[in-house]
Design a protein around this ligand. Structure first.
Ligand code: EPU
Length: 418
């Protein structure tokens, strides 16, 4: 499928931000861990969530999903093996290894794939699981882990990892004592997961800071859980840079501005005005934008997933910006396509790109390389003069719900063509 965009249209209006993709996955995994009857609200209806539902269903779990509400009750799990084909394409599948290991004492899974944005190793997961007592082997390209009740440990992450922090936190909740995790990732999705686990009966403290302490419980109590997922930080940031790049006037609703401190500050430094309420952000069309240099960083720093939408905005700013990607090493190559559109960009090395603006972009034929660069191409197409065709938009559907409907409602000329 393709998106065909006629750029240059003024964008204005309101856009409702959906629930966090990367928040929905750990909530689903945690529902498997607790085995409680769980209702999750604000779950985005995107391809990756449908894939996760398929994985969970194949483990014997009852799931229903309608109107952004997901009901999930893992009374029992009937398989300890994650479906190979889907897991290989979905990085978040690794989050299911923790609950399956706890519930069945064994889990078999392939190396989890996901967007091609550099190496995506799982050494931190395996190291943590082994220190908590798991025995690990690889048989016919499938990882196998088995363990009794997890041992409570003090674990130091040599580097921060979002999903590895989530997994060891889940294991710690039913470990045989106090687990301390040090140098944890601090994303709001991790604090939310701790809130969910605590509501379910766990004792987790410190999530959202680099040190998390967990008092293990013997088993989760039998109770019904209803829980609301947080708004998607990356969808919010994508629409903010889309507005800046196209000089649009947008109001984002159903979002959480307190998760966007660094993005809002960056926009202010670029000369873009925003105003916030508790759950909205209004962004005003800038007269001129100034170049800024940015390094991506773990939360609360500037998110790697927003690096590509930001770069499109920087092509319209006055001056030279350097964007330094510190989290992944394969997230700069798409700049070659941006160059073909007429942007003055250079790949300095695998981690750094330079952008000289403002430049006039011309519509081109493009192919989505990964989810976030795909979104950047949409923004570039909206800025560009003429027609832009983006192929393989299924990659964008993995993470952005109804993107063309949302954009059409703002005045964009975008069509989905199969
Ligand atoms: N890392 C290791 N070993 C590990 C795990 C990670 O070396 O065992 C490294 C990675 O290679 C990377 C760094 O640690 O250089 C950070 O990766 P992290 O583990 O934090 O990433 P992740 O948990 O695999 C999540 C999101 C990504 C997002 C990153 C960073 C999910 C499903 N994915 O990935 O989201 O970019 O955190 O914030 O939560 C996206 O949504 O488009 C996306 C790629």
């Amino acid at each position: 499928m393709q998106f065909v965009i006629q750029g240059g249209k003024p964008l204005q209006g309101e856009v409702a931000i959906g629930g966090a993709k990367n928040g929905a996955f750990p909530l689903m995994a945690a529902a498997l861990l607790t085995g409680q009857s769980t209702t999750l609200h604000n779950i985005p209806d995107i391809a990756d969530i449908r894939n996760m539902i398929e994985l969970v269903t194949a483990l014997g779990v009852e799931v229903s999903f309608a109107n952004h509400t997901l009901k999930i009750h893992a009374r029992q799990l009937t398989s300890h093996e994650l479906k190979r084909d889907i897991s290989k394409r979905l990085r978040a599948s690794i989050e299911l290894t923790a609950p399956v290991l706890v519930r069945l004492g064994k889990v078999v899974f392939p190396h989890p794939g996901g967007c091609v944005i550099g190496e995506r190793p799982i050494d931190l997961f395996l190291d943590g699981y082994q220190k908590m007592g798991a025995i690990s082997s690889v048989i016919e390209e499938m990882h196998e882990l088995s363990m009794e009740r997890p041992k409570a440990i003090t674990f130091v992450f040599p580097s921060m990892s979002t999903t590895a922090t989530m997994c060891l936190m889940m294991l710690g909740t039913i470990a045989d004592g106090t687990t301390t995790l040090i140098n944890c990732a601090c994303e709001p999705e991790i604090s939310m997961l701790a809130d969910f686990l605590n509501q379910a009966g766990a004792n987790v403290s410190g999530a959202g800071s680099p040190t998390i302490t967990i008092e293990g419980i013997e088993k989760y109590p039998d109770r019904e859980i209803a829980f609301s997922n947080i708004p998607d930080r990356v969808e919010t940031g994508s629409f903010l840079f889309l507005a800046a790049a196209t000089k649009g006037h947008l109001t984002l609703t159903h979002t959480n501005p307190s998760h966007q401190a660094v993005v809002l500050d960056l926009l202010a430094r670029m000369g873009v005005t925003t105003t916030i309420t508790a759950d909205t952000i209004e962004i005003f069309p800038p007269d001129v934008m100034k170049a800024v240099s940015v390094k991506t960083h773990e939360y609360p720093g500037f998110a790697t997933d927003l690096q590509s939408p930001l770069i499109i905005a920087l092509t319209q700013a006055n001056g030279k910006s350097i964007v330094h990607e510190t989290v992944f090493e394969g997230r700069m190559f798409w700049l070659e396509d941006l160059k073909r559109m007429g942007a003055h960009v250079m790949i300095l090395d695998t981690h750094r790109g330079s952008i000289e603006g403002p430049s006039k972009l011309k519509g081109k034929e493009l192919k989505s390389p990964d989810l976030r660069a795909g979104m950047a191409y949409i923004i570039a197409g909206l800025v560009a003069k003429g027609k832009t065709t983006i192929h393989d938009v299924e990659i964008i559907d993995r993470g952005y719900e109804g993107i063309e409907e949302k954009l059409k409602a703002l005045g964009a000329d975008i069509k989905r063509v199969s």
